[in-house]
Design a protein around this ligand. Structure first.
Ligand SMILES: C[S@@+](CC[C@H](N)C(=O)[O-])C[C@H]1O[C@@H](n2cnc3c(N)ncnc32)[C@H](O)[C@@H]1O
Length: 371
């Protein structure tokens, strides 16, 4: 019997069944995606574990892949739980952080080696992200991520909600242990970004004879720039409790102060990961001080921050977008900005010309000029 428009009743039933099956399949796929996201933090925790144990350092010191038995023998404990480490390593091999090699001899045990990812976890390495892993997974740092729904409902700052009204900078000052971890996390990333800046922005510093790094932390960036360009006199401005802990760098003077009140005078201002910590209103206050600090005609501002691109693809795309949430979690109004948002902010702050130089890193370099 026909069910209309040339389709039989049984054909229609089969189509409906097929439709239901497809919907069920999509739902199962959706469920798998949600499970993946629910447990996404587990990879961060596994990373934290191997950084705390120094697993990448142990493999590095061994100068090659090693078995789990060899690895745990290097841990400073009489009773390591090898099975626990095996489960952690299984996940990190799956996530391509470590490489697993099947046994070739008669040991019967697989060996584990470094990959281009776990090289960044070697604490003793010249360039490392190990302190960054420890900072991001620190309980105090993670607490603010739990406050997003309150931010949506009430407005306000996640970090302050999580820490009884204290902002990140106040927290670093009150808890010197956490402050030290924060500064070393900044410094480890700055070391590798500075290397990229020196390579990609060679000529940008040639005409500069004095450079002030605003919010320069413990002076890693300005120390590296002055080392590469010894004709530059460097000034590192940060909060007094931060510069107190900064090491000496030849050609660099540390100044404890407040960038909202005054920035020492120089040919150019350098700011890495500063403007993304603040909302537009506070950024304009900082830009006003930057303008006062540099010469009207020849002055220059060098900003190192992410530039979000709509529909960006590639290795950094996800992280840049998620970094915006990190700014929401940890700063008072900070955010990552698109090129249009940078353009508007800079124009309003009195910097009418700018160029963006992309770097092989999370942030790009934006040079901006008052004239
Ligand atoms: C995200 S960290 C970036 C540090 C450094 N530029 C880097 O990238 O490694 C922001 C820095 O701004 C500093 N800071 C916060 N408020 C400041 C203020 N009012 N005056 C000067 N520095 C400040 C913090 O102490 C911190 O070192």
């Amino acid at each position: 019997m026909h069910a209309g428009f040339g389709v039989t009743k049984s054909q229609r039933k089969r189509r409906e069944e097929k439709g239901r099956e497809m919907e069920e399949e999509w739902l199962v796929q959706g469920q798998a995606l949600i499970w993946e996201h629910i447990l996404a933090f587990a990879t961060s925790m596994a990373l934290k574990c191997v950084v705390e144990l120094g697993i990448a350092d142990i493999i590095e010191q061994n100068r090659g892949p090693m078995t789990l038995h060899q690895m745990v023998a290097q841990l400073p404990t009489p009773s390591p739980d090898l099975h626990c480490l095996r489960r952690i390593m299984r996940v990190l091999v799956h996530k391509r952080v470590f490489a697993q090699h099947q046994p070739t001899g008669n040991s019967g045990e697989p060996t584990f080696g470094l990959t281009p990812a776990s090289r960044w976890l070697v604490k003793g390495g010249e360039l490392t992200l190990a302190p960054m892993v420890l900072m991001y997974t620190h309980l105090s740092f993670m607490a603010s991520w739990h406050c997003f729904s309150r931010c949506v409902m009430e407005g306000g700052v996640a970090f302050e909600k999580a820490h009884a009204g204290v902002d990140l900078w106040g927290y670093c000052s009150r808890d010197p242990g956490f402050g030290k971890l924060f500064n070393s996390a900044m410094a480890c990333n700055t070391k590798l970004v500075t290397k990229a800046i020196i390579k990609e922005y060679k000529d940008g510093f040639r005409q500069v004879s004095s450079l002030v790094d605003v919010g320069g932390g413990v002076g890693t960036a300005i120390g590296g720039i002055v080392k590469a360009y010894p004709h530059i006199t460097g000034i590192n401005l940060d909060l007094p409790h931060v510069v107190e802990t900064a090491p000496d760098y030849e050609g660099v003077t540390h100044v404890g102060g407040d960038m909202f009140a005054e920035i020492p005078k120089a040919d150019a201002v350098f700011m890495k990961w500063i403007l993304h910590d603040w909302d537009d209103e506070n950024c304009l206050k900082i830009l006003k001080q930057c303008r006062k600090a540099i010469p009207e005609e020849t002055g220059k501002l060098v900003i190192v921050d992410a530039v979000l691109q709509p529909n960006e693809e590639g290795a950094w795309a996800d992280t840049r977008m998620i970094f915006d949430l990190a700014m929401m979690a940890h700063t008072s109004g900070g955010r990552e900005r698109t090129e249009m948002e940078w353009k508007n902010l800079l124009e309003e702050g009195g910097f009418n010309r700018y160029n963006i130089i992309s770097l092989p890193s999370l942030p790009s370099l934006i040079e901006a000029f008052p004239n």
